[in-house]
Design a protein around this ligand. Structure first.
Ligand code: AKG
Length: 252
């Protein structure tokens, strides 16, 4: 999969790409098998040092790659490498990773962003300068009213505040036509949220968050040395912290 001029335009302007059918049916099936094997992992055991837990989501398992190093394929999957290299540079790094469930009855999250918006966007001299870009590997179909992911397109360039204490925000995009195997890539400066899930369907997402060469891991997400030893050389480079811990760079 390559990124063409239209993709670059949309990523710059909207702040996200929805890559439909990015994973094959066989890949979805393999990843769902890994999910089944990982979903009941004891997160206290996985995080021998309990100080990590307060920083993690564990919905149900943060640091899924440490729990199951075969998830490391998500660090350099061919479907996402072009967008990650274009937005973060060829030496992009891992920041955090989560096996993430949106369970039936989920009440909905709150709007947030992972890094600050930049009033003129994240392109300088024709190149992206995004500090953080997140990838959602969607393993289940998601339709209306099924705990959809939502973004405010263009909010990575926002110049005005918006009242975020409500479910629906002006201009929002709701990902309510997702098929298992789709991938969503977004600039973490986008305001985003997970909607309530009144349905009886579980939404399963594998989330991997990335930064530039100098990015450190989110606190509580430092990879295990054993994981670094188990993965490919390229994956090891991506997983190796570029700094001891995540700090947002100051963009001019
Ligand atoms: O997928 C969702 O429901 C929200 C996830 C989210 O907000 C995040 O990963 O920052």
């Amino acid at each position: 999969m390559t990124l063409n001029a239209d993709d670059l335009f949309m990523f710059d302007t909207l702040g996200y790409l929805h890559l439909r059918g990015a994973l094959s049916a066989a890949e979805v099936s393999e990843l769902l098998t890994l999910v089944e094997q990982t979903r009941t992992v004891d997160v206290r055991q996985l995080n021998a040092d309990d100080s990590r837990l307060p920083h993690q989501l564990n919905r149900p398992v943060s640091r899924m790659i440490d729990a199951e190093p075969r998830f490391a394929q998500l660090l350099d999957h061919p479907a996402v490498v072009p967008a990650l290299e274009a937005s973060l540079g060829t030496d992009y790094r891992h920041i955090d990773n989560d096996l993430y469930f949106t369970v039936p009855g989920f009440a909905g999250g709150r709007w947030h962003r992972g890094v600050r918006a930049h009033p003129t966007g994240h392109v300088v001299d024709g190149a992206f300068i995004c500090p953080m870009v997140k990838v959602f590997y969607c393993l289940t179909d998601v339709g209306p009213g099924q705990g959809e992911f939502t973004v405010l397109p263009g909010s990575h360039k926002s110049n005005f505040d918006v009242d975020q204490q409500r479910l629906d925000l002006p201009g929002q995009h709701i990902f309510d036509d997702v098929r298992a195997g789709d991938v969503i890539i977004f600039n973490e400066a986008l305001i985003h949220n997970g909607r309530p899930n009144p349905s009886d369907r579980l939404r399963i997402t594998l989330i991997v968050n990335f930064g530039r060469a100098d990015a450190g891991p989110w606190p509580g997400y430092e990879p295990n040395p054993a994981t670094l030893a188990a993965v490919s050389e390229r994956q090891r480079r991506i997983l190796t912290p570029g700094a001891p811990v995540w700090r947002e760079p100051v963009l001019a």
